[in-house]
Design a protein around this ligand. Structure first.
Ligand code: 4AD
Ligand code: MG
Length: 478
């Protein structure tokens, strides 16, 4: 008999004989097994009669064990489920020694998220992480669907690159030189000509520059891949390895870019609302329970699902950087000197400022655009005021910056001037400059931090809990 997934078994009408496989979540009164196979957050209840099963088999049914069950699907006598399985045959596929289980997070009690992170192999088995990673999957699917529906082409940009797209210098070096015996030039520098690629290479910080090459021929492309930043900041919003989604559109300006970002975010969040109901309901209830332990001021004003619905049904606020500075200067926390970081035209906004604008002032997603050129990357298009660039950041409640984007500087002479100002060697990005020589065109794009999106959709407050295997400073276990 072929097994069916528990998700479908739970939807079936009572009356048939079926086979399911899964891991034991609970075993009560020597009679009721809660079985989960990952296909849904919901367990199926298995009812056993210990007199009808071999004792050695019953003895091996314990939390964490994997089993195969054949039996009759019947209407459930108990509350909480429509159907259950009266077991006729149970096969033990893999035991889980109760003494070992005692020491793990499989033990049914509340565990800290920190402890769960240390047992990455078992954290997938919890309701919480099952829900998070099913949603993470659904979101990546929704992203591909959105772009496919809108005639974008998925472009695979390289992970190993020779360029520092963001110019922030926070890169991981890629080399196969022997680190304890580096070849040196006559001047005493590392002789990179002997390295694998014959030059200095790093893990990519963004696929944008390569995506621009694609957009200049295919019209609309997007990348969706791993991105690496050696930022030594151990915050709840930064990873050393994260996934970025980067659309790039030819014949588009900053307005088109902002419109695309808003439409895109609303689509993928609506997708979660439509397709991840059970998992979202679980996450919402968990958040409500957690909030009860917190002082009033730290509780969420809206429930998780309400927050998602709010984003989908309201326009994002759009303000210039200059307006943002004005609002901040007139704000209560500024006047009461509550902000830690300075608020001055020309200084980058700190997370505290962004969160004030989004969570306190506007109470909705905000797009800030036209930033001072000194604080943004070299490739952003100069505005006519010669002080600002056509950049935009999308800020989300509880997250802060979720998207960063811009219209690109398509004028060769201006771009050359800019790379000089940023101390970038022309010879390193000749291939990028070339796109401005052969039919250059206005174009724009943005980058979405995929994990920050998952944080928003799941309500999780630490980015380490929305990626299966987090990479952070001093942490690359598993
Ligand atoms: O604002 P960023 O640095 O923009 C770029 O890299 C552009 N090249 C994007 C483009 O225009 N194609 O990064 C984009 C987004 C941020 O808004 C943030 O959500 C996320 O990537 N991000 C990180 N997420 C997790 N950990 C980190 N260390 C991140 N750094 C950026
Ligand atoms: Mg940014």
């Amino acid at each position: 008999m072929e097994r069916i997934k528990i998700k479908y078994a739970l939807e079936q009408e009572a009356g048939s004989k079926i086979k399911v496989k899964g891991w034991v979540r609970a075993f009560r009164s020597n009679r009721f097994i809660a079985l989960n196979d990952g296909s849904t957050i919901n367990n199926i209840q298995i009812v056993i009669d210990t007199n009808q099963l071999e004792k050695t088999i019953v003895d091996q049914i314990s939390i964490g064990a994997s089993i195969s069950v054949t039996g009759d699907l019947v209407e459930s006598q108990g509350k909480g489920q429509k159907v259950e399985i009266i077991a006729q045959q149970i096969e033990i596929l893999g035991i889980a020694n109760p003494e070992d289980v005692q020491k793990t997070i499989l033990q049914p009690k509340k565990h800290s998220l920190e402890l769960l992170r240390e047992q990455a192999h078992l954290r997938f088995r919890t309701n919480l992480f099952g829900a998070i990673f099913r949603i993470r999957h659904a979101m990546s699917f929704a992203i591909h669907q959105y772009f496919n529906n809108n005639d974008f082409f998925y472009l695979h940009t390289p992970i190993i690159t020779g360029s520092d797209a963001e110019g922030a210098g926070e890169m991981f070096r890629v080399t196969n030189l022997q680190l304890d015996n580096l070849p040196k030039t006559e001047e005493g520098n590392i002789d990179v000509s002997q390295d694998f690629f014959g030059k200095e290479t790093n893990l990519t910080v963004s696929g944008q520059l390569e995506a621009e090459l694609g957009a200049m021929a295919l019209g609309q492309v997007y990348t969706f891949g791993p991105t690496f930043r050696a930022e030594n900041s151990n915050t709840s919003r930064h990873l050393a390895e994260f996934w970025m989604v980067e659309p790039e559109v030819a014949f588009a300006d900053l307005n088109d870019d902002m419109k695309l970002s808003e439409d895109f975010m609303k689509y993928v969040i609506q997708y979660a609302l439509n397709n991840c109901k059970d998992d979202l309901a679980f996450l919402q209830q968990r958040e409500i329970n957690e909030d009860k332990q917190k002082p009033q001021a730290q509780r969420n004003e809206l429930n998780l699902i309400e927050r998602l619905e709010f984003v989908v049904s309201n326009d994002f606020e759009r303000i210039t950087y200059t307006e943002a500075i004005d609002i901040l200067k007139r704000s209560k926390p500024y006047k009461k000197k509550k902000f830690k970081f300075p608020v001055d035209w020309g200084v980058d906004l700190a997370s505290e400022h962004e969160r004030f604008l989004v969570e306190k002032h506007f109470k909705k997603p905000v797009i800030i655009y036209d930033y001072p050129k000194e604080i943004k990357a070299f490739y952003m298009r100069n505005n006519d005021d010669n002080k600002t660039v056509a950049a935009m950041d999308v800020l989300f409640p509880g997250i802060g910056e979720i998207i960063g984007g811009s219209q690109r500087e398509e004028r060769l002479d201006v771009l050359k001037e800019k790379i000089k100002d940023f101390n970038i060697e022309e010879e390193h990005i000749w291939w990028y400059l070339d796109t401005r020589k052969f039919g250059t065109a206005p174009h724009a794009g943005f980058g979405l931090g995929f994990e920050r999106l998952i944080m928003f959709v799941t309500g999780m407050s630490n980015i380490k809990d929305v990626i299966p295997f987090p990479r952070t400073p001093k942490n690359a276990e598993f």
